[in-house]
Design a protein around this ligand. Sequence first.
Ligand SMILES: C[S@@+](CC[C@H](N)C(=O)[O-])C[C@H]1O[C@@H](n2cnc3c(N)ncnc32)[C@H](O)[C@@H]1O
Length: 443
Amino acid sequence: MTAESRPRKPRQRSTSRSGNAPQPADPTRDVAFDILCGVVENRRMLENSLSRAATDHHAPPRDRAAAHRLAAATLRHMGTLRTLLEPFLRKEPPEPVRVALMMGCAQLLFLETPPHAAVGTTVSLLRRRKLAPFAGLANAVLRKVADQGPALLEGLDQSRLNIPQWLWSSWNGLGRGVPRAIARGISHEAPLDITLRPGAIAPEGGELLPNGSVRLPAGTRVTELPGYEEGAFWVQDAAATLPARLLNAQPGEHVADLCAAPGGKTAQLAATGAQVTAVEQNPNRLTRLRENIARLNYPVEVVEADATTWKPNVLQDAILLDAPCSATGTARRHPDVLWVKRPRDLTALVAGQDAMLEAAKAMLKPGGRLVYAVCSLQEEEGPARARAALAMGWQASPFTPEELPFLPEAITPEGWLRTHPGMWADKGSMDGFFAARFIRPAD
Ligand SMILES: C[S@@+](CC[C@H](N)C(=O)[O-])C[C@H]1O[C@@H](n2cnc3c(N)ncnc32)[C@H](O)[C@@H]1O
């Protein structure tokens, strides 16, 4: 039974102003509901709503984590849930009511919540949120879904329904069958991947992946693993380890990590013995980066700066540019990305990526190496940026399959890296990354 499916003991009671009986408090579902309304109604990213909602509802860490998983499960199956509910709704309900119904359905169909709990808590939620007139509808609809839902699911093309049309079409360019493979990869909660500090011992129960990452079951709380406080490892998806690996930093080299927070790639670079400078602009993320580097105790210089204007004291031997992007490659960990991002968001992101590619030239020694990386599946942010870099005067330095002997299929004919959530399907999948390597030509 998952954390969010456990029947909860009412801790306090809140009285609805609609004149109904007092409703039991349920911070898990209150927080999940707020997160989902933020995504669906305001295109707000899950992480941006979570802290505020958890504070508003006085949700302790356990409820916060359960709310996160419940909201993520609803978002992961949202296309399916909308379609499945359609025949049970004679009139279009207000969007918050639909959100509550989808959350109830997700519990019934994907989280093994007992029907009485899924139905009862949804009815209570609507009453707490001044949506009491829809409580009867929710009761009737969710009871029907509990009965008929599993059979109805079998007739639905869930992979197709759970991916917005514009993303599905954009992924067709990745190859025949790839959009469906990606959709399948996204449909499961992602496991926890960690990268071990050299010489550290893997926590018990972890699976060693071919790239050296250690994979733990979804829902594992990283801070509770032995070795976390001592800095024995850091959180990093298996695919996210590849760009820094392909930069091939050497002991003593000056290496800049542009756009560094929360610092997974910074840690990888520091572990090689290179002299690493981590550049990050966002103050909140900078704090996380500093905390992570302090926990890992690596001698990294952390700089608060804009990567488009930062000037290093010495020209660098190598640069990793992990540019801000649409993050569509991380949809299995952040399914809100699917419903928050729009095609028009790409314009500003692409302009920023080009500005960083241009600026990085002046930071590097002639002959120095640059790896450009994005956790995006979008052509505009990947191959198109690699071509733009060549037009800016960068010289191509293609990756070879021999550099990734455990994943040669991720190296494209152009010598770029392309991973996606359809890869390593038998092992629990991986995030989508694009990377390309360049050399700064001699002047
Ligand atoms: C994809 S994330 C980096 C992930 C990181 N490299 C890692 O492996 O943990 C992109 C980061 O770029 C930062 N960023 C965005 N614009 C920036 C800029 N102009 N200069 C420096 N950092 C920037 C964001 O705050 C964010 O932390």
